[in-house]
Write a protein that binds this ligand. Structure first.
Ligand SMILES: NC(=O)C1=CN([C@@H]2O[C@H](COP(=O)(O)OP(=O)(O)OC[C@H]3O[C@@H](n4cnc5c(N)ncnc54)[C@H](OP(=O)(O)O)[C@@H]3O)[C@@H](O)[C@H]2O)C=CC1
Ligand SMILES: Cc1cn([C@H]2C[C@H](O)[C@@H](COP(=O)(O)OP(=O)(O)O[C@H]3O[C@@H](C)C(=O)[C@@H](O)[C@H]3O)O2)c(=O)[nH]c1=O
Length: 287
């Protein structure tokens, strides 16, 4: 992928959080020609539309950011979650196969059941406990069956300045509410979606052919409660807010109690370095 002719890349779900992070830095990478397709431009549940766009643009790489990501709502409309996260991913994979393109697909820590107490490696067997996780796992399985040239990147707890995410919810709530109740019964790693975007584009630039599943999140581990506390501390709002821990915050969807991802494989095989979650959060707040 390192020739002088630009690499033609398709980003699906480009209006989403990760898609927008990729758009923000895409211009910094010469030799990458990125076509951003939001859900209106390209619906991944319509295979023929993906095929037509491929014929027109000749993509060599697809970054599949399109997904159904509402974990709570997925319990109520699992068919829709499966249509997008499993069948949609399958469509993208089949078109990539036909055109010999590389697929970079994003998956989640929620494919795991959370019973471990040490970081999940790529060899650990997934066992999702909610509909979102089940739909994402089926998407992964289809891709592995269809393609050889794929990177499935599992990440966790994405946040950024874009779209709807925990970081933005906490900042928005802090302007209107003085008391927060946040769960401390789930342990994981917040990941700055801007870091993930840079990782993905560096991976494409590196011309790496060690295809397979990789785990990427920021370093370290925390709970949602402690993540919220750090967001409020860095924004100077901690003093004025009563922050309460809970171990039974009411939700429709079950979530893994522990979903830290091991970065050993990307550090060793792809020679990538990853920031601590606290440092990356501070970087975003200072931007
Ligand atoms: N957010 C998180 O905390 C985490 C996310 N992930 C994974 O990372 C990836 C990116 O997530 P993120 O950017 O945060 O998610 P977002 O929900 O912000 O973005 C997903 C995008 O996909 C689009 N989309 C939905 N259905 C379709 C469809 N049928 N065809 C095309 N596009 C569609 C949405 O469109 P519209 O704008 O119309 O809604 C949205 O813009 C996903 O695969 C997600 O599963 C993994 C771990 C954590
Ligand atoms: C807003 C809020 C949430 N919570 C709890 C609910 C839940 O258990 C936990 C996380 O909240 P959210 O619902 O915002 O996050 P959630 O939608 O579970 O986030 C997940 O999204 C998908 C897409 C992924 O792939 C995962 O990696 C993960 O990031 O915090 C509180 O305890 N207090 C609050 O005020």
């Amino acid at each position: 992928m390192n020739s002088r002719t630009p690499i033609q890349i398709l980003v699906t779900g480009a209006g989403g959080q990760l898609g927008q992070c990729i758009r923000k830095i895409g211009g910094d990478y010469d030799n990458l020609e990125i076509y951003f397709a939001d859900s209106k431009k390209l619906d991944i549940t319509q295979k023929q539309k993906i095929e037509s766009l491929f014929i027109e643009k000749g993509f060599k790489v697809v970054i599949n950011c399109a997904a159904y990501t509402n974990v709570e709502q997925a319990e109520k409309e699992p068919k829709k979650a499966f249509l997008i996260n499993a069948e949609g991913a399958k469509n993208v994979a089949e078109v990539c196969k036909k055109h010999d393109a590389i697929l970079i697909h994003i998956s989640t820590d929620y494919v795991f059941d959370g019973k471990k107490r040490t970081p999940y490696t790529e060899e650990d067997v997934p066992n999702p406990i909610n509909e979102y996780g089940k739909s994402k796992l089926l998407g992964e399985k289809y891709i592995q069956e269809i393609l050889e040239k794929f990177f499935i990147i599992r990440t966790s707890w994405l946040y950024s300045e874009y779209r709807h995410n925990f970081f933005k919810i906490i900042l928005q709530k802090s302007n209107i509410e003085k008391q927060f109740t946040i769960t401390n019964s789930e342990i994981g790693t917040p990941t700055n979606a801007n870091d993930l975007a840079a990782f993905i584009l560096s991976l494409i630039r590196s011309n790496n052919k060690k295809y397979g599943i990789y785990h990427y999140s920021n370093q370290g581990e925390t709970t949602w409660y402690h993540f919220a506390k750090e967001i409020l501390r860095l924004s100077g709002k901690l003093g004025g807010i009563k922050l309460e821990k809970t171990d039974n915050y009411p939700t429709f969807a079950a979530r893994p109690k522990y979903s830290v991802l091991s970065k050993e494989k990307i550090e060793k095989s792809l020679d990538m370095r990853v920031l601590r979650w606290q440092d990356s959060l501070e970087k975003l707040m200072n931007e």
